[in-house]
Design a protein around this ligand. Structure first.
Ligand code: ARG
Length: 441
């Protein structure tokens, strides 16, 4: 067994054993299995990944199959085509990013993409899974502009019979970006257009891009964990470190997400990390969602207190104490559009005090909690808050705070540069506050 192959297996074993009780994995598994399998995921694989990372790719796809999940794979073959066309003495020419495809190139393209397709199919089989080669027969396309582009098509219709037949037989459908005109002429289909058409037709829960980098990178070259388009899009475009290529990528993803339900998301990851990305909240790669807007509100009257109460109860697993909302002296509230995350502050001994920070479990991993948190600390750089010492979110709080002290069941956290003397009054006051949630049963 080669190295990459066992690496994937290792990742999966690690993933399964390191989860405290496998709760996250089970949650995702039941979420994904509950979907119509055609709606689970469309996975786009670039040609470079097939060339460089085939075994990890095959291993990850076989793993998904072994847990009963069948994603639909669409692949390109850019580098392979460049090479094959060069070998055949055909120059590669592009117009508006599309590969100009002369008549003479068509047989080379068919052969090269079929080969790439079979490489994945064989790989999945070698890894113990089952896959069906579907290099053609799915994308019905019309020629875009035969004079300039030659045999390049835009998908007009998706034929799902082959995909459905493969799925019925328990095989992962592997599709190439090849289309046919209604009268059966083979055309080259741009990979982005193919994915877009397929995603529109299938409305999958996940769209996954498998790349060599395994995510979108920030200014420091680190993978950006999540992007919430509703709140981050403008900032990303204003940032000077975002390259033209990345902007195009994000725009393409935005375009995809706009045709999908709010619950769908796009992940960019590498083959080896696919299982970690899919089965954990934290993921391994970049998650992009349409996301929710965050509203900043200054009075209780503007809030839907009943929904907020529901959010807090679900996020903490226990309800607020009676009279909590009546007694709340709200300073500032940040609430997402659909009440899936919220932060509420009050004033305590002259400081801004975070009274509640609630994020629904299902919204974790989306970056929604982080987006609210960011707005919160922009609003209140000198924030003070407390948390029960057994709160699983404390790891995040320790990361975020400038200092913390622990007393009995409470840990007090603060941000900003203040002396302990200056902090004393608010810390004392916070320790003395009564519990706001019912005791856990
Ligand atoms: N497992 C979840 C999903 O696939 C969350 C992934 C989170 N990933 C991330 N890079 N933040 O939708």
């Amino acid at each position: 067994m080669s190295e990459n192959f066992s690496e994937v297996r290792q990742t999966i074993v690690q993933l399964l054993s390191h989860m405290r009780d496998g709760k996250e994995i089970r949650e995702y598994l039941s979420r994904f299995s509950g979907l119509d399998q055609e709606r689970f995921a469309v996975i786009k694989v670039g040609g470079a990944v097939i060339r460089d990372d085939l075994e990890a790719l095959s291993g990850s796809l076989a793993f998904l199959q072994s847990v009963g999940l069948s994603p639909i794979v669409v692949h390109g073959g850019g580098p392979q085509l460049d090479e094959a066309l060069a070998d055949a003495g055909i120059a590669t020419e592009r117009v508006d990013g599309l590969r100009v495809t002369r008549e003479t190139a068509v047989p080379v393209i068919r052969e090269t993409l079929t080969k790439a397709n079979l490489a994945i199919v064989d790989g999945v089989r070698a890894a113990g899974g089952q896959a069906a080669a579907i290099p053609t027969g799915v994308f019905e396309a019309e020629l875009i502009d035969e004079d300039t582009l030659g045999r390049v098509g835009e998908p007009t219709q998706i034929r799902l019979d082959l995909v459905a037949a493969a799925a019925r037989a328990g095989q992962a459908p592997i599709l190439a970006c090849l289309g046919e005109t209604p009268d059966g002429k083979l055309v080259n289909v741009n990979a982005d257009s193919a994915v877009r058409a397929l995603v529109q037709a299938l409305q999958p829960y996940k769209v996954v891009f498998l790349t060599g980098t395994g995510g979108l990178l920030d200014a420091a070259g680190e993978i950006i964990s999540s992007i919430n388009l509703a709140t981050d899009y403008e900032d990303i475009f204003a940032a000077d470190w975002v390259s033209g290529g990345m902007q195009l990528k994000i725009d393409e993803i935005k375009r995809l997400l706009e045709t999908l339900p709010l619950s769908s998301s796009v992940s960019i990851t590498k083959p080896k990390a696919l299982a970690s990305e899919l089965f954990t909240h934290a993921g391994a790669g970049t998650l992009v969602r349409r996301g929710e807007r965050i509203f900043a509100l200054g009075s209780k009257a503007e809030l839907d207190l009943e929904r907020l109460d529901g959010l807090v109860a679900r996020a903490f697993g226990r309800p607020t104490v009676p009279g909590y909302w009546d007694g709340l002296q709200l300073d500032h509230a940040l609430v997402t559009e659909n009440y899936r995350a919220a932060a509420l502050t009050t004033r305590l001994a002259g400081s801004i005090y975070l009274d509640k920070f609630a994020v629904l479990d299902e919204a974790r991993g989306e970056g929604l909690g982080r987006a609210v948190w960011q707005r919160l600390i922009d609003y209140a750089p000198d924030l003070v808050w407390r948390s029960r010492t057994d709160n699983p979110v404390n790891g995040f709080y320790f990361d975020q705070c400038s200092g913390a002290v622990r007393q009995d069941e409470w840990t007090m956290f603060w941000r900003g540069e203040r002396s302990m003397d200056a902090l004393q009054p608010v810390l004392q006051a916070a320790f003395a506050l009564p519990a706001t949630l019912e005791a856990s049963s």
